[in-house]
Design a protein around this ligand. Structure first.
Ligand code: OGA
Ligand code: MN
Length: 211
């Protein structure tokens, strides 16, 4: 298929992510997808923001969800297939990663949900886990960054709190993918000094919802 050919990932990179998840619960790949695709995704995110399609992100789930800018200040829009070529290429790449994780870790990941996220200057996301108390379908978190020439002094790092009091920061540099086990790795987004764009998503297993 054309689309799969275009986004076909390097096998060594997929197995590196799977190995990292198995051995330490997180992975970081500096150039997971081509810079041109990251640029196209950034343009798509900015266009949606300019058109007013992004909305303040909520905290919590379902009816209990509320917007609390003291916890998180990003603006988001969920992505569906068939909206934009760049988004479809991203979804195809993440489906390859989903299959590689299933083959290596037997997590039974069924789908991938993701949204654009834009942090305006000054926005942050306080320390949290990505798994909801009432919904444990989210197994693996994956954040793909869209920001060219990010400097450490721009802030906005993804800070992961790892075993043994180790703290690891990821710069949200275009092309970089951060992956971690949703239920195991507390993390935060430090205040961003400039606009910070990403695609944030979750691989989910089947729910035990009886319906
Ligand atoms: C999230 C999140 C991290 C990041 O949206 O849940 O933790 O680096 N994002 O954007
Ligand atoms: Mn998170």
């Amino acid at each position: 298929m054309m689309r799969a050919m275009q986004t076909s990932l390097e096998y060594p990179m997929l197995s590196a992510v799977v190995d990292d998840l198995a051995t330490r619960g997180w992975s970081q790949q500096a150039l997971f997808l081509p810079a041109a695709l990251a640029r196209a995704l950034a343009a798509e995110c900015r266009r949606r923001y300019a058109d007013g399609e992004l909305n303040p992100a909520g905290v919590g789930r379902g009816a209990a969800q509320e917007v609390r800018e003291t916890i998180r200040g990003d603006q988001i829009q969920w992505i569906d297939p068939g909206q934009a070529e760049a988004c479809d290429q991203y979804l195809a790449a993440m489906d390859e990663l989903r299959q590689a994780i299933n083959q290596g870790l037997f997590l039974g990941l069924e789908d991938f949900e993701c949204h654009f996220a834009l942090y305006p200057p000054g926005a942050f996301y306080r320390r949290h886990l990505d798994r909801f108390r009432d919904d444990d379908r989210r197994m693996v978190s994956a954040v793909f960054y869209l920001n060219e020439d990010w400097q450490p002094e721009d802030g906005g790092q993804l800070r992961m709190f790892l075993a043994g009091d180790v703290v690891h920061d990821v710069q949200p540099q275009a092309g970089c993918l951060a992956v971690f086990l949703s239920g195991d790795v507390p993390h935060e987004v430090l205040p961003a000094g400039r606009e910070r764009l990403s695609l944030t998503g979750w691989f989910r297993r089947r729910g035990n919802d009886p319906f």
